[in-house]
Design a protein around this ligand. Structure first.
Ligand SMILES: C[C@H](O)[C@H](O)[C@@H](O)C(=O)CO
Ligand SMILES: [Mn+2]
Length: 415
């Protein structure tokens, strides 16, 4: 039975020309790819260690970090149970689940089979990422663009194997896995031969991506970055580099919200790049002064991005993934809050009277456009969100907080 608050909200939205039932149906069909690395501070399950590079740094020491695949899966199961709808898991290659200790150029599908079995039980799809960091062969902050051919070949082999694994995963689960390629390659100080480094990166990517894969099982994505700590002067895989590469090679383009200048919002980039690439992958994040990967809030950046996805009809060609990691708070709460904020932003966008807003702009009636955007901020989105959560059997408000705190207490004694 619907609540009085929802019934009133439905009428209010209807008066503005928005259909709350249609919005909830649309929202329920949008999967978010939940990143595994929030659960353990981007540590992974290998014994081998190396620098993360490229500025990846989880700060904080809050108790409860998942130390094993079983703990990570338990945490994810709890988190998914607090999030309305059915979502995906984005797995990194160094989260393998095996007693063996393969090096990165030796990984095989069997090392990830427990994840696939679990995903099947959960009824969720998996995405994948080769891991080009946290390894001694990445300690120069150069991998696919390293001047040493031996090091490049090592990482090319890792990338090829990751693509094979992603394809097997996608086939096993009947849902194409996005295989996202991010390398930390860059220079701390101003390089004198950017061209050579970019040529090497391009050649390595070409070699890595040359074995054909079935797009029904896996799709490649490439992720750019402006800079990272330790590579302040130059990132080899810049935005321009990968935009061109994705267009030429037909890969997805991954846009990470933390990988641009702080004044840039990728909401503005979506329409432009969508004219040239078939599919986009998002890494929704919250940079604070730099690529700090804070948990996403329901803030203007996220609202604008969600609005752009809806208003420009880009949901069908965009895979939404998250990328943040905060080790100063409950890691499960971070997941739950972040995914729900992404969904709330999408719901708000779906509840806006798009045709009316776009007509005002088309008519150059910018006063009406501004009146509308500001008045629309007062609409009762919260009642629709509460109704959506209720129909999906997940808590809101005090019930959510109590559950998050209770789960955190249950994992706080982990060493
Ligand atoms: C762990 C991810 O691969 C990583 O966060 C990457 O996507 C990134 O954004 C690096 O800054
Ligand atoms: Mn990212």
């Amino acid at each position: 039975m619907t609540t009085r608050a929802y019934d009133a909200a439905r009428e209010t939205f209807a008066e503005w020309g928005a259909d709350t039932e249609a919005a909830m149906t649309a929202l329920a069909a949008i999967p978010i790819s939940v990143h595994c690395w929030q659960g353990d501070d981007v540590v992974g399950f290998e014994t081998r260690k190396g620098n993360s590079g490229g500025g990846i740094q989880a700060t904080g020491n809050y108790p409860g970090r998942a130390r094993t695949p079983a703990e990570l899966r338990a945490d994810l199961e709890f988190a998914y149970a607090q999030i309305p709808g059915r979502h995906r898991l984005n797995l990194h290659a160094f989260y393998l689940d095996t007693d063996e200790t393969p090096d990165r150029d030796e990984i095989e599908y069997r090392h990830f089979e427990p994840w696939v079995d679990w995903a099947r039980q959960q009824g969720i799809g998996l995405d994948f990422n080769p891991t080009f960091f946290a390894h001694p062969r990445a300690d120069d902050n150069l991998t696919l663009s390293h001047p040493d051919k031996g090091i490049r070949d090592f990482w090319i082999e890792h990338g090829r194997r990751s693509r094979d694994i992603a394809a097997r995963i996608g086939e096993a689960l009947g849902s194409p896995a996005v295989n996202n390629i991010w390398v930390p390659d860059g220079y701390k100080d101003t390089p004198v031969d950017r061209m050579a480094a970019r040529r090497r990166l391009e050649a390595s990517l070409d070699e890595m991506l040359s074995p054909p894969q079935d797009p029904r099982h896996m799709r490649d994505a490439v992720e750019s970055k402006l800079f990272g700590i330790g590579v302040e002067a130059c990132t080899v895989g810049s935005h321009e580099f990968y935009l061109g590469y994705a267009i030429r090679k037909g890969t997805l383009l991954c846009l990470d919200m933390g990988h641009f200048h702080p004044t840039e919002n990728i909401a503005d980039k979506l329409s432009s790049v969508s004219l040239s690439v078939d599919e986009i992958l998002l890494h929704v994040s919250r940079p604070m002064r730099w690529d700090s990967d804070h948990v996403i809030l329901l803030n203007d950046d996220i609202l604008q991005m969600a609005q752009e996805l809806v208003f420009a009809d880009l949901l069908g060609k965009t895979r939404i993934g998250l990328d943040f990691f905060d080790a100063t708070i409950s890691r499960t709460a971070a997941w739950v809050i972040g995914v729900r904020n992404m969904q709330k932003a999408l719901l708000r966008a779906l509840l806006l009277p798009r045709a009316r807003l776009q007509q005002a702009e088309h008519d150059l009636d910018h006063s009406t456009r501004l009146i509308l955007t500001e008045e629309l901020k007062d609409l009762p989105y919260a009642a629709v969100w509460a109704e959506f959560c209720d129909r999906m059997g997940v808590p809101t408000g005090a019930g959510l907080i109590a559950g998050l705190n209770a789960y955190q207490s249950s994992v706080a004694s982990r060493g």
